[in-house]
Design a protein around this ligand. Structure first.
Ligand code: ATP
Length: 467
């Protein structure tokens, strides 16, 4: 049985050390989560897969890592100071605060069975609430020395467009990719990792010739849809596309399509967004905008020192590229991967096992080496040496565990998604009648629970091929 509620995931994540509430010992800080020993591995694996697919396996992509704090003018000309807002309403009775466009997801604090406004309480008229966190820069309080924690990684790529272009000599189309933290002062952070205030994003800005934008936009949507299915392991049936209606598009967008995933409890909701940002951002961060032939309406920029243009050799003129932006959340990606992998299975003997059927590439631990007897020195030494070899030569996370009986150890590894358990026993060390089994181990598959006996010398290959 797959996970039916987010609570099942929250409980597993806490119990096994994937994810904890941020600042938990002080009662937590709403909208923040800490990734524990297994969570950090899962998250790094997801980011690695994304980076490999989008940067290494392509010939038209550069990676970058830009500062979280940026000059305040970035957010003025990007339009975020004015428009990165959500409609906020207050309940006059319970004093609860809600997003007007997400009332259907809200819960009345006084009557949790009701939605805000469906109870006795009366809601105020909506007012705009800016989601950017503001902070002071430098030691002297000065109303002009402020900065924002970035609410998206995208702007770091736009303001570096020229730097990357000049240092790499790229030709259109090409892209810049970045993974990093963003911050949004969400009105109602909730639903575990789905809506947090400190989030991580995997974003890219793909610069194209105007006129090529619509076709390439479509290509990216299909490419990433396949990536979520083939590499992250999400069920295609649980993914859907959502076309943003024209009247709800962000100020920079000509067209936006989201990939939705069917999360437990929430149902279909956004996992990744694909916006055609046109020439808005490069245009709005440029000087001399009137010379640029922009299609987007931008505010006059009095601060930029650069024209963010590309010299088109074919037509012998400077142009402002259009931008296609695939933007995914790392946290929502982890939540989707965990939701998809979670399974409760009833075994033949009636026992229930919880198993995380993660794609092996995402699994925090690839192999667990388990000694059948923990007080037999030869077995323990052999198991520890196998662990060392896998770790060193296979460059994979392997663990040695002898803290319980073999059945319990298998269950523990199933629950955290370890694809292979390797058992070292008396046969392995040549202490049984059947000497043909010397230097062999048992490998148990997480999903089928089938066991095979293979020589230790073949173990590294066996595991590597399968992860
Ligand atoms: P939503 O409509 O859910 O508020 P959004 O459209 O504002 O999301 P984008 O600005 O497109 O989101 O951000 C790109 C991606 O970053 C989203 O698809 C999502 O995966 C992730 N993301 C955005 N806001 C959050 C958040 N508060 N918590 C977790 N992930 C987020």
């Amino acid at each position: 049985m797959p996970a039916e509620t987010l609570e099942q995931l929250v409980s597993l994540c806490k119990r096994r050390g994937f994810i904890f509430l941020g600042s938990e010992i002080y009662g937590g800080l709403q909208g923040t989560y800490d990734y524990g020993p297994l969570g950090v591995e899962l998250k790094n694996n997801l980011k690695r897969l994304w980076w490999r697919h989008n940067v290494y396996e392509r010939d038209d992509m550069e990676g970058i890592e830009t500062a979280i704090l940026m000059n305040k003018h970035v957010w003025k000309y990007s339009g975020h100071e004015e428009t990165f807002v959500d409609p906020l309403v207050d309940c006059k009775t319970c004093k609860g605060r809600f997003r007007e466009d997400k009332l259907a997801d809200g819960i009345c604090p006084k009557n949790p069975k009701k939605r805000p406004g469906e109870c006795e309480g009366q809601l105020t008229e909506p007012r705009s609430f800016n989601l950017m966190f503001k902070t002071q820069v430098g030691p002297v309080p000065d109303p002009e020395s402020y900065a924002y924690l970035r609410p998206e990684t995208a702007q770091g790529m736009f303001v570096n467009f020229k730097n990357v272009l000049d240092s790499t000599n790229r030709k259109l189309p090409f892209g810049i990719a970045q993974i990093g933290k963003s911050f949004r002062n969400e009105i109602t952070p909730r639903n575990f990792l789905f809506r947090v205030r400190e989030l991580e994003q995997m974003e890219m800005e793909y610069f194209v010739k105007p006129g090529m934008d619509e076709e390439l936009h479509e290509e990216w949507i299909q490419d990433h849809l396949n990536w979520w299915v083939n590499e992250v392991g999400l069920d295609r049936e649980k993914l859907a596309l959502h076309e943003h209606p024209k009247e709800k598009l962000s100020h920079y967008s000509k067209r936006t399509v989201d990939i939705l995933y069917k999360f437990p409890t929430l149902g279909f909701d956004e996992l990744e967004g694909f916006a055609n940002r046109t020439d808005f951002d490069l245009g709005s961060h440029s000087r001399d905008q009137e010379k640029l032939n922009l299609t987007a309406r931008v505010a006059k920029n009095e601060h930029s020192t650069e024209r963010l243009t590309y010299f088109d050799h074919e037509n012998n003129k400077h142009i402002v590229p259009f931008v296609i932006e695939p933007a995914a959340g790392v946290d929502r990606g982890c939540l989707a991967a965990l939701s998809e992998a979670y399974n409760e299975e009833t075994l033949e003997n009636g026992d229930v096992r919880t198993v995380l059927k993660l794609k092996p590439a995402l699994s925090p631990i690839k192999v667990a080496i388990l000694p059948l007897k923990k007080n037999a020195d030869e077995i323990v030494n052999c198991a520890k040496s196998i662990k060392k070899t896998l770790q060193a030569k296979g460059n994979m996370r392997a663990v040695y565990d002898d803290t319980a009986g073999i059945g319990k150890l298998y269950r523990r590894q199933d629950e955290i998604g370890t694809p292979f358990c390797v058992t070292v026993d008396f046969d392995t060390i040549g202490r049984s009648d059947d000497t043909s089994l010397q230097n062999t181990v048992t490998v148990r598959d997480r999903d089928t629970m089938q066991q095979v006996r293979i020589p230790i010398a073949e173990l590294l290959n066996y595991v590597t091929e399968r992860i």
